[in-house]
Design a protein around this ligand. Sequence first.
Ligand SMILES: Cc1cc2nc3c(=O)[nH]c(=O)nc-3n(C[C@H](O)[C@H](O)[C@H](O)COP(=O)(O)O)c2cc1C
Length: 368
Amino acid sequence: MTLSRRKTLALIGGGTIFAASASAAGFLTTRTPHDAQRPWTLAGSYDDPRLNALSFALLAPNPHNLQPWQVALEGDDALTLHHDRSRRLPATDPFDRQIMIGMGCFVEQMVLAAGAGGQAVDLTLFPEGDDGAIAHATFRDGGTPDPLSAHILDRRSCKEPFEDRAVPAVLANQLEDYADIYTDAASVAALKDLTWKAWEVEALTPHTMQESVDLMRFGKAEINANPDGIDLGGPFLESLMVAGILSRDVQSDPSSRGFQEGVKMYNEMLHATPAYAALTSPTNTRVDHIDAGRRWLRLNLATTSMGLALHPVSQALQEYPEMAPHYAQAHDMLAPMGHTVQMLGRLGYGPTIPRTPRWPLEQKLINA
Ligand SMILES: Cc1cc2nc3c(=O)[nH]c(=O)nc-3n(C[C@H](O)[C@H](O)[C@H](O)COP(=O)(O)O)c2cc1C
């Protein structure tokens, strides 16, 4: 559960918990998990064009930042991308639909980064069928840079309240090349209501909430040790941890004050949204999931290039019984032709936020 700096200040009553001592000030200024963020600074620093492209690909958005990718390098110019099946979200993503969308984001970012380095990539998706490897890729000379690749390092999923400021029609029209964009008051109001109610179901259904809690990393040491999952770091959140307001137990207990404050913050954040983006597909195959991920990544890079923030809000699209009414409503609203809604996201103007953790590239190579 991400808590914004502003709300956190409110929660700790003015942010004075640590103000008293110099050692506390030192503690507060050293909370950035640099090790966990290092892959962002290593991107593009490899000699092998495949490793270079992969070093950008692993910065792709992916559900709960599980980073479920594994890569086998083959010969001098090829690789196979696999799903590390120990990394799944069985409670909220029982069919791995969202995991595969994250894989699509990875594939697209790999292809864009290869192109920026003058390499083209010949891709075969699911070369052994749906249950085998995700993709086989062969690199060769002749790629051309796509302008979107310039925004890879600045792209974020912005989990913050957005400004009370409309998305200009000219930008919304350009983004229609990538996704369905909703800016009209009636649709925006209905989507706020839907995303909030769906978020409540996930948070108040014990086994789906516990799936998130199990993936929370509390503070710098945990984040550096496991640079994935839901990272709860930075000086303000760590202040709350020391004060006992934020902990794994608190997050598992809906009656606790800390949990209820989190609920309030999410309510406020989800309602501070001027527009939405949605991706649909006529069918719902594995290839559609990869394709949706590739489209989402391009949308996120395009929003980055425009100074706009994008935040996936997937709860209403999740496939478990407690969510069924909201899933049906999302599909009635966003895919009335019987298509599948693959992604839904908040769109607007948000604050600048830090990079999220990543495992190093070397940890993801299975035959290195
Ligand atoms: C398929 C998919 C679904 C996601 N769903 C959510 C979501 O429901 N809520 C959320 O806060 N972030 C969601 N995210 C964003 C991830 O949490 C985010 O990509 C990850 O933490 C890495 O952060 P970054 O995108 O800023 O690099 C989703 C991302 C993907 C690809």
